[in-house]
Design a protein around this ligand. Sequence first.
Ligand code: NAD
Length: 381
Amino acid sequence: MRLAVLKERRASETRVAATPDTVKKLVGLGLTVAIETGAGITSAIPDTEYAAAGAEIAPDAAAALSGAGIVFAVQMPEAEQRALIPRGALLLCTANAFADPETVPNLAQAGIDTVAMELLPRITRAQSMDVLSSQANLAGYRAVIEAAASFERGFPMMMTAAGTVPPARVFVIGAGVAGLQAIATARRLGAIVSATDVRPAAKEEIKSLGAAFVGVEDEETAAAQTAGGYAREMSEAFRQKQAELMATTISKNDVVVCTALVMGRKAPIIVTRAMVETMRPGSVVVDLAAEAGGNCEATVPGESIVTGNGVTILGYRNWPARIPVAASALYARNLLTFLSTFWDKETGAPKLPDTDDIVKGALLTKGGAVVHPQFLPSQAA
Ligand code: NAD
């Protein structure tokens, strides 16, 4: 069976869905791996390294996809490339399935079986295939590194003969995978770190990393975590209480790292323009939620801006793509693990049982139909 790996075409995407390491293992499963030429360049992987690992280098997407039974991509391929995917092929990618309501029915019509890697359930068995975790972890690290580079004072306390530089105060909003890595990274750089979240479990995790917890705790937060582990959208009454606490907290911090997301929804606004105005000149806000609209009202998604009062707001959309070598290595591993888990050695092809929780959570389309409960035609209206 042929497996095609596409060169990513979406703006700012620098990652690739296979590495020489995973190509070797895919070839070991009995697959012929075709890599579209140049697919790895922005992740520092030249064609020659893929070829040395046993891949065929295809001159364009059409050649890579010709006869393919499996397609690996980072982002959902554009319509032009999707039209080249053979009927019956299995596509594994970050489908961004909630973003465009047309994509899922189009995939079904094209007869492409699609696994949306971002919809995998957050269960122990799926951990090694969990692209949200692997990418968010790196995004959290990178966010702090970029904040430190933009912050013109430095993170650690420095006691020198010429005087003392105070440590930076960093506040992290949302302590999921990205937020916890941001806390750990900021601590390693010597900052004084505090953080907030709405899920009760997050409080202990924040404290275990040596950061202070700052947050509203009430009956609503006690039930703020869904069965899937995600945060619920909070009520207006909660948002009022949280806003009061944020107003006093944010003005005291030099760097604010925003990571709060609500699965399938627009990101909650937690840092208002008025709060940004209370920050000292030279402060930095990093908004990892920018792709989902941002947690900061002043964020311009996709851009780095400086506000009238001298606060830098980094609103890049695709943070994992800002650390592509590591992000590609982990993403490629996630896809390999998924495929190996559902690999039928006897037929030399993938087998996705309808009864498996991982398949139920992530399979969008199969055999020409939409199969995911959240995207069935009756749900889409
Ligand atoms: P996420 O990216 O969906 O959200 C980031 C954080 O923002 C979350 O901690 C969330 O609680 C918080 N948040 C949302 N709304 C907020 C608000 N209004 N104010 C403050 N904070 C808010 O989260 P994630 O990193 O994808 O993690 C989601 C869950 O999955 C967590 O419970 C995590 O522990 C769990 N998880 C499980 C596994 C596994 O077992 N396989 C792997 C990774 C993550």
